[in-house]
Every structure is written in structure tokens, then in C-alpha cells.
Design a binder for this molecule. Structure first.
Ligand SMILES: Nc1ncnc2c1ncn2[C@@H]1O[C@H](COP(=O)(O)OP(=O)(O)OP(=O)(O)O)[C@@H](O)[C@H]1O
Length: 372
């Protein structure tokens, strides 16, 4: 039996909101209700961040009300109400200190010491491959590490770790991350079909991402690596603003065009005052597997020069290498498949630099940015 949106709204209309006591449906705080083809139901409630604790019971009541209709999987999350107009202001290019959005600290993710974003100005530069190998490099330093795939429109982390299946839900109603070579792994790809996520609107994406970050049993982590969606649009900016990031890493290929995009990425994070932990040049050189000769098919050294110009650390360069590609695509990142090889060493060295930077306090430890 399929349950209609109207039936759900009727059930939700009986739920009263805190403070005013009006119906949740009449309050205007309820997002659209999304019904996935597999029957999963998702919606969010927009609130002001400081009121989160009084809204928590409403969130649970809403979930229970829809479940009572016979829907087995219901996803409800609280999202932050952003005043109209402020988003456009935040997405504008910075014109100097006066145009910077004002920031205020807010809640860290329980148990997680540092959250870092791995981002790229454009797609296909190897951001997810880098995020996965860096996370494994951090683990090889003896750290407790997790990876969150925030690339909602093209999640690659399940493929990179060779993971399938759905995360369990624990007694506290939190999603239990999957284990990927000793990392705690969470991806939207475990929960919904790629095609389903493609049709989500912005608020729905943010609602899902908030839940993936905050309603997951991460336990104690030294570092949580977020594989960001590629690009520097509103979605990326919103994630950067609403996540308590200690810093960001930008991945680029050496071409001029990719570097222009990388520069945009750096500007975006700087705009919301998130430290840049470094720039990584991926697919820098091609070493011919037959003759051993190296060639710089995308140019060379561009990212190192760019990092110097922009005054951000240069973490290193990873060559274009077929083994990296084949291993990643087969679900065995090179740091696991060939832990003592030259490529694993590159990623481990970069992980060490990142950890040095995080542990030296040369970053911002966990404040959450809110645009006002
Ligand atoms: N250094 C490398 N050498 C060879 N192949 C690589 C390298 N880095 C990544 N790749 C390959 O390039 C392809 C794209 O990589 P990846 O999915 O990591 O990119 P991405 O930037 O995350 O892409 P998207 O924008 O789609 O999320 C994959 O097939 C991957 O195996």
C-alpha cells in the first residue's frame, strides 16, 4: 500500500511546535516531503540553530507519526533556517574585509576532533581517490579516521572501498558507519540510488548531509575526512558554512583551467575563514609503463607555483598512474593494496603534513560557521 503525501501531512498536522504551539504543517517550517521510488520518505524542519534541543522531540514525533502510517524508512532532520537573501550575500566573491559574512561558532560533531574537507574546483580531478588515500594515510599514522562522502550527486566512496549494503541503525537511532579497511565510512550512496539523489533540491541535499554528519555513530575519531561535491557553487559553500571544519585541502590537476577552478575553491574557503591545509597536484606526470619515460601531459608544476602565489601550503604531487586508477576502481586504494610502494608513500607523506598542521593548531578547531 502506498501512502500519499496528503496522508503524511494530515498525520504531521497533529504535531505541535514548541513555543507557539501551532501545528507543524501550518508553521511553514516543514520542507517538501520527498518519497523515494523505494518508498523511503525524507523531509526536514527548518529551525534556528540555538533552538535545536527544543525541536529534537518534534523531529522524533514527526518520524514516529509517518512511521505509524506504515512507512518503514523515514528520514527527518533539523536544518538551519537561513534568512532570505543572506545566501546570495554569502556566495558573492569577497571584495575585502567589509564584505565578509559575519561568523559565529557552533556545535562540533560529538567525538570528532577534526573535520577536514577534500575539495576541487571542478569534477574528475581525482578528489575522491585523493580523499580515500589520504584518509588511509592518516590511519597509517595510528589515528582513528572516518570518511564521509558528501558528493551527493556522484558518490564514489562505496566503489573506492568496495563497499555495498545499507548501514544499520543503532539503539540511539544513529546510522552505524561501514568499515572500510579500518576507516569508518558513510556515504549517501549506501542509502539511496544515485538517480534518486540527482533529483533532490538544495534543501533536501543539505538535510541529508546534515544527517550524514550528525546522526552517525562515528564514536571517537581523530579526523573525519569529507569528500566534497566537486565545484564551488552554493552547495559547496553551504557545506563549508554548516560544518565545523578544521581546514580544507584542494585537489587540482596541473592544467591552467583546473588551476583557475582550484583558485576559486581556495577563495571560497578563505571567504568563510576556513584554513587551507594545502593544495595537491594530481595526475601531475605520466610515467610510461613500457619505456619508463616521464611526460607532463597536463603541464607541470602549475599547482606548486599557484600554491606559492596564493600563500597556501603545497602538499605534494601524485603522478597519473594506471595502477592508482585500476586499484581505486577495483575497491582497493593504493595505500591498502601496495602499502610500501611509492604511491602509498606519497599519500602517507601528505597525510603526515596534514596531521602536523592539525595537531599544531595551525587551523581552526571546530567552530561552525553561520551566515547572519
Ligand atoms: N593519480 C591518478 N592516476 C590515474 N588515475 C587517477 C588518479 N587519480 C584519480 N584517478 C582516476 O580518475 C578517475 C576520477 O577520479 P575520482 O573519482 O577520484 O575524481 P573526482 O575528482 O572525485 O571525480 P568527481 O568529480 O566525479 O567526484 C577515476 O577513475 C580514478 O581512478
Amino acid at each position: 500500500m502506498s501512502i500519499s503525501k496528503e496522508q503524511m501531512l494530515q498525520a504531521l498536522a497533529h504535531i505541535k511546535t514548541p513555543v507557539t504551539g501551532e501545528s507543524l504543517v501550518a508553521s511553514g517550517k516543514l520542507s517538501d516531503i520527498i518519497i523515494q521510488p523505494q518508498g523511503q520518505v525524507m523531509f526536514s524542519i527548518a529551525i534556528k540553530a540555538p533552538e535545536a534541543s527544543v525541536w529534537e522531540p518534534v523531529c522524533r514525533q514527526a518520524e514516529a507519526a509517518v512511521k505509524a502510517l506504515g512507512v518503514s524508512e523515514v528520514f527527518v532532520s533539523l536544518t538551519e533556517e537561513i534568512p532570505a537573501g543572506s545566501h546570495q550575500k554569502a556566495s558573492a566573491q569577497p571584495k575585502g574585509p567589509a564584505s565578509r559574512p559575519s561568523v559565529k561558532a557552533s556545535q562540533p560533531v560529538e567525538g570528532v576532533r577534526h573535520i577536514i574537507a577534500v575539495a576541487s574546483g571542478k569534477g574528475g580531478v581525482g578528489k575522491s581517490t585523493t580523499a580515500a588515500n589520504l584518509a588511509l594515510g592518516l590511519k597509517s599514522l595510528g589515528l582513528k579516521v572516518g570518511i564521509l562522502d558528501a558528493d551527493i550527486y556522484g558518490p564514489s566512496v562505496p566503489r573506492l572501498f568496495g563497499l555495498t549494503g545499507k548501514p544499520a541503525v543503532n539503539a540511539d537511532n544513529q546510522l552505524v558507519p561501514l568499515d572500510g579497511y579500518g576507516l569508518k565510512v558513510m556515504s549517501i550512496g549506501f542509502l539511496v540510488d544515485e538517480e534518486a539523489a540527482m533529483i533532490w533540491r538544495g534543501p533536501m541535499v543539505m538535510s541529508a548531509l546534515t544527517q550524514l554528519l550528525r546522526d552517525v555513530a562515528w564514536a571517537e575519531l581523530d579526523v573525519l575526512v569529507i569528500d566534497m561535491p566537486p565545484g564551488t557553487g552554493d552547495a559547496q559553500l553551504t557545506i563549508a558554512q554548516s560544518t565545523p571544519l578544521s581546514g580544507a585541502i584542494i585537489v587540482s590537476t596541473p592544467q591552467d583551467l583546473a588551476l583557475i577552478d582550484a583558485r576559486r575553491g581556495i577563495t571560497m574557503f578563505k571567504q568563510v575563514e576556513i584554513p587551507i591545509l594545502g593544495l595537491i597536484e594530481n595526475m601531475a606526470t605520466f610515467i610510461c609503463p613500457h619505456c619508463g619515460q616521464s611526460s607532463h601531459i597536463f603541464g607541470h608544476g602549475g599547482a606548486r607555483d599557484e600554491a606559492a602565489k596564493l600563500n597556501v601550503p603545497f602538499l605534494g604531487e601524485v603522478p597519473l598512474n594506471m595502477t592508482i586508477r585500476e586499484l581505486s576502481d577495483a575497491g582497493r586504494p593504493v595505500v591498502i593494496a601496495d602499502p610500501d610502494g611509492p604511491h602509498a608513500k606519497l599519500y602517507k607523506d601528505m597525510a603526515q603534513q596534514v596531521w602536523n598542521s592539525l595537531s599544531s593548531g595551525n587551523n581552526r578547531n571546530a567552530p561552525r560557521i553561520v551566515i547572519e
